[in-house]
Design a protein around this ligand. Structure first.
Ligand code: NAD
Length: 292
C-alpha cells in the first residue's frame, strides 16, 4: 500500500508552488507547510490563494466554508526546519541547478526517514538531484525517496502531471507520488528521466518547428496558429502558446534537449534566439510573436 500523505510540504510560493499547495489543500484536503525564503513571496502567494478561492466561491464551485477550510490548511513559513514533520515535500524553487541540489541536501537532513522528496523541475535530471542527498552513492536510503512530480501551469487548471523516477527511485516512492497526485485530482503520466521528460520533449520541438516555419517563410504567424488551432482542436496555436510560456523558457528547454540528446533535430530556431536577445519574451515582457 502506498504511503499515506497526512502532511505535505511545498518549497517555493511562486507560480507553481502556490498552485500545488492550493490544490493539495483543496482537493486532497491535506495540511500544507508552504516554505519560501522571501516573506514578500509568501504574502503575495497567500493573497493570490485568497483570490483564486474567492473566484471559486463566486462561481459556486465551492462554498465559503470550504474556502475557509482550504485556507486554514495552508501554513506559510520562511523556515525550512518546519518541514521536519511532513510525509511528502515538493520543491518548486527557481530552475537553478545549484539551488535545487542544495535544497535536496538540506531536506535529507531535515525530513524524517520516510518522507518522499519530490521536485517540480522542468529540466534538471532527477538522478542528479537524488545523488545530491548523499555523500555515499551506494547508500540509497534517501536517494530512493527522490522523485519528480512535474505539474503543469496553471496547476489548478491543468490535470496532467508527469511522474519521473531517477535511477535511484524506489517503486514505493513512485506509488506514493501516484497516489498523492490522484488525490489532488490529477491524471499522472509516467516518464523516464530523460531531457525534457515527455511533455516538453514533444511540445517544444512542435513550438520550435512553428518558429522555423515562420522564419523560413512557410507561413505567416496567424496562418501557423490558425491551422493548428482549428486543425487539431487546441485552445491556442504554437506561437501564441510560446508567448504565454515565455520565449526564454522555450529557448532554455530547446537547449536542454539539444545538449542532452545531442541530435541536430533539436537545434533551437535562429529566430527564437534572436527574439530572446531582443528581450521580446512573450506575454510577460509585453511583446513576443504578438503584442500584449
Ligand atoms: P517562481 O519564480 O514563480 O517561484 C519560485 C519561488 O521560489 C519564489 O517565490 C521564490 O521566492 C522562492 N525561492 C527562491 N529561492 C528559495 C529558497 N532557497 N528557499 C525557498 N524558496 C525559494 O517559479 P515557478 O515558475 O513557480 O517555477 C518553479 C519550478 O517549477 C521551476 O523548477 C520551474 O522550472 C518549474 N516549472 C515551472 C512551470 C511554469 O510554467 N512556470 C511549469 C512547470 C514546471
Amino acid at each position: 500500500m502506498a504511503l499515506e500523505v497526512k502532511k505535505l510540504g511545498v518549497i517555493g510560493a511562486g507560480q507553481m508552488g502556490l498552485g500545488i499547495a492550493l490544490v493539495a489543500a483543496q482537493k486532497a484536503g491535506v495540511p500544507v507547510t508552504l516554505v519560501d525564503n522571501s516573506q514578500t513571496s509568501l504574502d503575495k502567494g497567500m493573497k493570490f490563494a485568497d483570490k483564486l478561492l474567492e473566484k471559486d466561491v463566486s462561481k459556486s464551485r465551492i462554498t465559503q466554508e470550504m474556502a475557509k477550510e482550504t485556507k486554514s490548511r495552508l501554513n506559510p513559513t520562511t523556515k525550512m526546519e518546519d518541514l521536519s514533520d511532513v510525509d511528502f515535500v515538493i520543491e518548486a524553487v527557481p530552475e537553478i541547478p545549484d539551488l535545487k541540489t542544495s535544497i535536496f541536501a538540506q531536506l535529507a537532513q531535515i525530513c524524517p526517514p520516510h518522507t518522499i522528496l519530490a521536485t517540480n523541475t522542468s529540466s534538471i535530471s532527477i538522478t542528479k538531484l537524488a545523488a545530491a542527498t548523499t555523500k555515499d552513492p551506494t547508500d540509497t536510503s534517501v536517494s530512493s525517496r527522490v522523485i519528480s512530480t512535474h505539474f503543469m501551469n496553471p496547476v489548478p487548471v491543468q490535470k496532467g502531471v508527469e511522474i519521473i523516477s531517477g535511477l535511484q527511485t524506489s517503486q514505493s516512492t513512485v506509488d506514493a507520488a501516484l497516489e498523492l497526485c490522484k488525490r489532488m485530482g490529477k491524471v499522472p503520466s509516467i516518464s523516464a528521466d530523460s531531457p525534457g521528460f515527455l511533455a516538453n520533449r514533444i511540445l517544444m520541438p512542435y513550438i520550435n518547428e512553428a518558429i522555423i516555419c515562420l522564419e523560413t517563410g512557410v507561413g505567416q504567424k496567424e496562418d501557423i496558429d490558425n491551422i493548428m488551432k482549428n486543425g487539431t482542436n487546441v485552445p491556442m496555436g504554437p506561437l501564441q502558446l510560446a508567448d504565454f510560456i515565455g520565449l526564454d523558457t522555450c529557448l532554455a528547454i530547446m537547449e536542454t534537449l539539444h545538449q542532452g540528446l545531442g541530435d541536430s533535430k533539436y537545434r533551437p530556431a535562429v529566430l527564437l534566439r534572436q527574439m530572446v536577445d531582443a528581450g521580446w519574451l512573450g506575454k510577460k515582457s509585453g511583446k513576443g510573436f504578438y503584442d500584449y
